[in-house]
Write a protein of this length. Structure first.
Length: 127
């Protein structure tokens, strides 16, 4: 995977709410990110909790096919925990097909990640 790009701001457009799908669970030593994605017509939200042991950062990216739709991240957290929610825009017909959620160290080196699909499953790795 190439270096992580800067976070992109995006406006979340309203859409009909959808059921939560899959469950995100990324663990690196004592650090973790756990969350639940909720898919809407033109957005994806993630209600999550983040615990950073040492310094860590979490990223989320929405995709439609091979097109990146939105990309956001937390700031770098060092030895702290709390809520870390994401609101990703998916402003294309049909919305996002899948999302990537992943953790890096303070130097943006990839540690672990998951791909979550609109169909309801999350799998290890970025696919």
């Amino acid at each position: 995977m190439t270096a992580v790009a800067a976070a992109v701001s995006g406006m979340v457009l309203a859409g009909a709410p959808a059921a939560a799908a899959g469950s995100i669970s990324i663990e690196v030593g004592a650090s973790y990110y756990k969350g639940t994605p909720t898919w809407s017509n033109r957005s994806v939200s993630i209600d999550g909790s983040f615990k950073a042991t040492g310094c860590r950062r979490v990223y989320a990216r929405a995709w439609a096919g091979t097109s990146s739709l939105d990309f956001k991240s937390t700031s770098t957290w060092c030895n702290r925990s709390g809520a870390a929610d994401f609101a990703l825009s998916a402003n294309v017909a049909g919305g996002s097909d899948y999302i990537w959620v992943y953790m890096t160290d303070e130097n943006q080196n990839f540690l672990e990640g998951q791909t979550c699909y609109r169909s309801g499953s999350c799998v290890d790795g970025l696919h």
